[in-house]
Structures are given as C-alpha cells and as structure tokens.
Design a protein around this ligand. Structure first.
Ligand SMILES: Cc1ncc(C[n+]2csc(CCOP(=O)(O)OP(=O)(O)O)c2C)c(N)n1
Length: 319
C-alpha cells in the first residue's frame, strides 16, 4: 500500500493537533497565564509527524525545543503538555514547568530533551546500547538542529553508534539557522548528511517539507536499526517559519528565505490527500476543528490543576 493511503491522514491529524497545541500555548503566553519562552515549530511539521509515524509506542525518542508536534504524535497527553506550560502539577514535570522543554514520559517512549543542546546525543547512544543489550527490539530516534549537529557530543555518540551498530536514527532538522546564525557561517559543508560516512552509517537527505518523504526515510532507517544493521543519519531540510523564539525580530533574515516560506508542509500534505481522493477541504477543516477542541479541553483541565508544594523543588536532587 502506498504511504499516503497508509499514514497520510493520521499524519495530517497529528500536524493539526501540533499546530492547535502551539496556538493554545501562544494564547496562554499572550494572556500572561504562561511565563515561558516558546520556540515555534511552524514550518517543521513535516519532520515532526513523518519522523514519529514509523515508530512503535515502546521506541524511544529524544526531541528538540521545537518538538510540540513530536511530543503529541508520540503519545504525550496534551494535559501534561499544558500543565508544563502553566507550571502546575498537571505537567509531566509535576510543577517544575519551563514550557515544553523538559517533557519526559518513559511510558510512551519520550526520554526528554536537553537544555544544553546536544546533551541528548550520548543519552540516545546509551538508550540504544541498552535496547541492544536487552535485545528489546526498540529503536531510538534522536532529533537535533543543524547548529546542534556541531556539538562535540555528536562525534563521540555517532562514532560509538556506528562502531557498535546501535539501533539509533539520528535525525537532523536542518532549518538553516541556529538562532540568528546561518548554517553557512558555522558549518563547512552544505549537506550535514555527508558526515555519516565518517561514522560508517548511511547518510540520507530528505525534503523535510514533505511528510511522506520524511516518513519513508525514517521508516527505512527504523527497519534497518530494528534488524540489527545499525544507525542512519537523516538530514531533513526544512524551514523555520517564525523566529527562533517568540519575539525574535528576525532582522538577520534575508529575501532568500521568502520562497522557502511558501512551502508549507501542512498545505503540501493536504493537497496530496485531496489529490489522492482521501480527503476534501471540508474533511480536513473538520480535523483541524476537532484538534482545536481537543486542545481547548486539555487547557481547561490543566488550568484547574494546583501549583506544586515548595517541596517539589527538592525532589530528584541527588547531591
Ligand atoms: C550548549 C548550548 N549552547 C547554546 C544554547 C542556547 N540555544 C538554545 S537553542 C539554540 C540554537 C540551536 O540551533 P539548532 O540546533 O540549529 O536548532 P533550531 O533552534 O534551529 O531548531 C541555542 C544556541 C543551549 N541551549 N545549549
């Protein structure tokens, strides 16, 4: 069966869920209810849903600060997400807050994100080593941005993964910028995937605006990892539609970005679904409306939760 028949509609549903959640987060920030910094995922939805759809619930995932869509697609309860945004006990951190950057829920395979970008590389290699050692059949998906790809931790983790044939998929969401720094100013190669050769793994470049293409690339890498053939480095070329963070004036962005901003992954998938006879404008609008209602209900539940007791601050501190 073609990928579009198989997972096209479910990926579209996850795209609009992610965007509905993002819109609610922005409303909570604008209204002064949430005191968090937020990094928009707008424009990168093709990577978010295409990368998660091939995974099993038990597979592990390390996400990035733009990961609202990935978190929901992997199975994070929206109430937990909004609880973290509101810094109350409904959150996955039970009140530590900080927005979506510290969401962890091992029961759905979400092992977290690192405030120090690139901190997840050794953790992903370790989780993959654990899966291999236990012969659990689990695969680890580790996402990171193009700027983060230059961290030293990537070298040691990718090297170990290649040497030990660990079941990990390294997925670089290359949106061309690290905050205001264009890739060309920080990186000597145009295609980060070429680095894969040095780690003895396939390097694959994929159009990140095309959720179907991302799905197929990640699915191939996941199968390969599950069969014991080792890691893959996928570079998904994508576009960050908004600023690095909400409030970023983006004065560093030039005209060259204008054309790229027109390739909207949500519209591209919608067009493909309609063309394939799998949806209509009305049915897709209904999915978006349902996603908005789902997120509104989740916001209401999260809003009703209390803030934590001060003692929560000291839980989990080991030394
Ligand atoms: C080690 C470290 N340096 C700097 C930061 C601050 N910081 C947070 S996100 C970010 C940009 C990361 O760029 P990229 O990896 O390209 O991801 P993108 O934001 O474009 O999705 C930076 C510098 C950090 N969190 N950790």
């Amino acid at each position: 069966m073609a990928t579009i028949d198989d997972v096209g509609l479910s990926m579209y549903r996850e795209m609009v869920r992610g965007q509905a959640a993002e819109q609610w987060i922005l409303r909570l920030i604008d209204g002064g209810e949430a005191l968090v910094l937020y990094h928009s995922a707008r424009g990168q939805e093709g990577v978010a849903v295409g990368s998660i759809a091939p995974l099993r619930r038990s597979d592990y995932m390390f996400y990035v600060h733009r990961g609202v869509g990935q978190l929901l697609a992997k199975g994070i309860d929206p109430v937990e997400l909004f609880g973290d945004v509101l810094a109350n006990t409904a959150g996955s951190t039970r009140g530590l807050g900080a927005g979506i950057v510290h969401v962890v829920d091992p029961s759905v395979g979400v092992l977290g994100q690192s405030g120090t970008v690139g901190g997840t590389f050794p953790l992903a290699a370790g989780a993959a080593l654990s899966a291999k050692y236990r012969d659990s059949g689990q695969v680890v998906l580790c996402m990171f941005g193009d700027g983060t790809a230059n961290r030293g931790t990537f070298h040691e983790s990718a090297n170990a993964a290649g040497a030990w044939k660990l079941p990990v998929v390294w997925l670089c969401e290359n949106n061309g910028y690290a905050v205001s720094v264009p890739q060309s100013a920080s990186t000597p190669v145009a295609d980060l995937a070429t680095r894969a050769a040095g780690y003895g793994m396939p390097g694959v470049i994929v159009d990140g605006q095309d959720a179907i293409a991302v799905y197929e690339a990640v699915d191939t890498a996941v199968r390969r990892a599950r069969e014991g053939e080792g890691p893959t480095f996928i570079e998904a070329k994508t576009v960050r539609f908004r600023g690095h963070f909400e409030g970023d004036p983006q004065s560093y962005r030039g005209d060259a970005d204008t054309a790229a901003l027109e390739r909207d992954p949500i519209t591209l998938l919608a067009d493909r679904l309609i063309e394939a006879g799998l949806a209509t404008d009305a049915s897709l609008a209904a999915l978006a409306a349902e996603a908005d209602r789902e997120m509104e209900r989740a916001v209401d539940v999260a809003r009703a939760a209390p803030v934590p007791d001060r003692s929560r601050l000291f839980e989990g501190i080991l030394a």
